[in-house]
Ligand binder design. Structure first.
Ligand code: ADP
Ligand code: MG
Ligand code: MG
Length: 245
């Protein structure tokens, strides 16, 4: 589904990613771990097409298609979903209306008509029920005054609605409280299936008790220095990262 080959990327002439190779198949969950500053968030930004980073070498291929020339929104329309580390507040635009627009933009980009209103409502209802999101939440202004947990809930709701092929969840260094941890892990577990894939970027071994990865990769200084199964996360919890440097 996603192949990353010898990916190098820089910001302001400083090389951050130094030859990443990663293959993610449909149905798989991958975890990317590693110390602060290793390049984890950079990797997710570069996959999503963030133009602050320059890809100097290598390829990112989604279902056989090289993404090099595609803008972030085109990548999103092809099924790449990236959680936002710092979500913007949009007063006056409800969670529901934002989602309707996002869905219809994506359909338009893929040559489809707007989703009929009744179908849209049905989809919203179905996904909200699946994720135990209450109606009041759906009519609130996007991200305005949202707690950490509510931002996570919104993110997972977006993921459910957009039904991406590959979801990249960068869980940041700032930490997930118990509530957010539960929201993210329940959501991901309900949404993952044989036709999509999830890449979870996390510091926290604990998240991987709930979202069980098929593969764990350790990123250090812009390179994947070790790959293993879910037991690698436990080993990292115990031994830290220093032994891998
Ligand atoms: P991680 O997510 O693993 O903590 P990051 O990808 O955020 O790591 O950062 C990797 C390195 O790239 C760090 O040294 C960081 O300072 C640098 N970096 C990231 N983004 C920028 C940027 N926009 N400008 C300059 N340096 C950056
Ligand atoms: Mg960091
Ligand atoms: Mg980061």
């Amino acid at each position: 589904m996603l192949q990353i080959k010898n990916l190098h990327a820089s910001v302001e002439d400083k090389e951050i990613l130094k030859g990443i190779n990663l293959e993610v198949k449909a149905g798989e969950v991958h975890a990317i771990m590693g110390p602060n500053g290793a390049g984890k968030s950079t990797l997710s930004s570069v996959i999503a097409g963030n133009e602050n980073f320059e890809v100097t070498e290598g390829e990112i291929i989604l279902e056989g298609e090289d993404l090099a020339d595609l803008a972030p929104e085109e990548r999103a329309h092809k099924g790449i979903f990236l959680s936002f580390q710092y979500p913007v507040e949009i007063p006056g635009v409800s969670v529901t209306n934002f989602m309707k627009t996002a869905i219809n933009e994506s359909r338009k980009a893929n040559g489809l008509e707007d989703m009929p209103a009744n179908e849209m409502l049905k989809l919203i209802k179905e996904k909200a029920e699946l994720l135990e999101i209450d109606r009041k939440f759906l009519s609130r202004s996007l991200n305005e005054g949202f707690s950490g947990g509510e931002k996570k809930r919104n993110e997972i709701f977006q993921m459910a609605m957009l039904n991406p092929k590959i979801a990249i969840l960068d869980e940041t260094d700032s930490g997930l409280d118990i509530d957010a941890l539960r929201i993210v892990s329940n959501g991901v577990n309900k949404l993952k299936n044989e036709n999509n894939a999830v890449v979870v970027i996390t510091h926290y071994q604990r998240l991987l008790d709930y979202i069980v990865p098929d593969f764990v990769h350790v990123l250090h200084d812009g390179k994947i220095v070790k790959t293993g199964g879910k037991e690698l996360a436990l080993e990292l919890e115990e031994k830290g990262y220093d032994w891998l440097k």
